[in-house]
Design a protein around this ligand. Structure first.
Ligand SMILES: Nc1ncnc2c1ncn2[C@@H]1O[C@H](COP(=O)(O)OP(=O)(O)OP(=O)(O)O)[C@@H](O)[C@H]1O
Ligand SMILES: O=P(O)(O)O[C@H]1[C@H](OP(=O)(O)O)[C@@H](OP(=O)(O)O)[C@@H](O)[C@@H](O)[C@@H]1OP(=O)(O)O
Ligand SMILES: [Mg+2]
Ligand SMILES: [Mg+2]
Length: 330
């Protein structure tokens, strides 16, 4: 619902209409197959019931295009499989000596064991960020803990991912992907933590969606006042577009964003820390025309190769043909 409000704005609906594209709201209280017919279905819904509805819809409307497939989206609902995909992308050699990867991370099911262990996480160092393993868009899935010492483990709510905190100069780069279009913007992030300071820091600190705070929220916070986003240098665009293209192909997704930080210690190393399906595009400058261009390309089959020849589509339809309703969603 929140997504509908922020995304479906009059400005978008009107611009699309000018180009002959009607944006029609799906009624989630009715079966999808009884609605439309639609040329293209856009969605940010999950679960077996919705998957079944999409499958049925495609059986009756084989020429319709679904952006994107539930199996592909699901990979982003787990913070381990989400970032695994980064290792599948090839580095492009010409990239101004910049490299990319992900921070060290482990998944924890039993935090009690952490306290006993002398060494943990194969070289993971404090501070670490504890992130809920599940990233399904719920408020809970955005609740993070910055942990400075082992006392901080007491507050863990497993299953949790422990990810090494990397100093990155207090700025993150959000990269919005809409099909072939890529836009990188700067956002404020958590401040660096000096190694000397760490000795005096204990326990943990909770936070949620730092990069989504408004400037009003931040005004009370002494950290943010001291940082100047304008001065932060952008990452090389060739590197960013290379990662974006690689992720798009490896994940078979068209609508997502990812967060990148620059490891201050190394300088030219970039780490992907988060990938979100169908993010808040309305915050992207000129989102109306970017999205309308994308719809146009999808409908005019310019983007079609990445949909219709997709084996996933066949799988989705075949499964239905075989009458198997209860395949696992793992
Ligand atoms: N490994 C890290 N090192 C340093 N800072 C980090 C790291 N991981 C996350 N952060 C900070 O914590 C914030 C939240 O982390 P993350 O993006 O993983 O959470 P999220 O709830 O999925 O965010 P989103 O709202 O973008 O979906 C980041 O925007 C960044 O400021
Ligand atoms: O609107 P939604 O509920 O989808 O919230 C999404 C939010 O967009 P918003 O700006 O519309 O709040 C996104 O912000 P940007 O990265 O684009 O800044 C990002 O935080 C996503 O992770 C959220 O998706 P979720 O992970 O919670 O599903
Ligand atoms: Mg994020
Ligand atoms: Mg996220």
């Amino acid at each position: 619902m929140k997504k509908q409000k922020s995304f479906i704005q009059d400005s978008l609906v009107n611009l699309a209409k000018e180009r002959g594209i009607d944006l029609i709201k799906i009624d989630t209280d009715k079966p999808l197959v009884d609605q439309g017919p639609f040329d293209c279905v856009l969605h940010k819904l999950y679960g077996e019931e919705w998957r079944k509805q999409l499958r049925e819809y495609l059986v009756y409307n084989p020429n319709a295009i679904v952006v994107d497939f539930p199996d592909a989206i699901e990979r982003l609902h787990n913070r381990i499989s989400m970032l695994d995909v980064v290792s599948e992308i090839e580095e492009v050699k010409s990239d101004e000596m910049a490299s990319f990867g992900i921070p060290k991370q482990i998944v924890i099911y039993e935090p009690e064991k952490l306290k006993e262990a002398k060494t943990w996480g194969e070289g993971l160092k404090f501070p670490v960020i504890a992130k809920p393993l599940v990233a399904d868009g719920s408020a809970k899935s955005h609740k993070m803990l910055l942990i400075f010492s082992s006392e901080g483990f007491d507050k863990l709510k497993p299953p949790t991912v422990l990810q090494e905190f990397v100093n990155h100069g207090g700025v993150i780069f959000k990269v919005y992907v809409v099909g072939k279009y890529v836009k990188c913007v700067k956002r404020k992030s958590l401040p660096d933590i000096a190694e000397e300071k760490l000795e005096s820091l204990h326990g943990s600190l909770s936070f949620s969606q730092v990069s989504n705070l408004t400037s009003h929220d931040r005004n009370d916070d002494k950290y943010y006042k001291r940082m100047d986003l304008e001065d932060a240098e952008m990452p090389p665009m060739s590197l960013i577009t290379n990662i974006a293209r690689g992720l798009r192909k490896a994940m078979k997704l068209h609508l997502f964003n990812f967060d990148v930080i620059r490891d201050t210690k190394v300088g030219n190393r970039y780490l992907v820390i988060d990938i979100n399906y169908f993010p808040g595009y309305a915050k992207m400058p000129g989102y109306e025309s970017v999205l309308t261009d994308f719809f146009w390309d999808v409908l005019n089959k310019k983007e079609a190769r990445s949909f219709n020849s997709d084996k996933e589509l066949m799988k989705l339809v075949d499964n239905n043909g075989a009458g198997s309703d209860n395949e696992s969603s793992a």
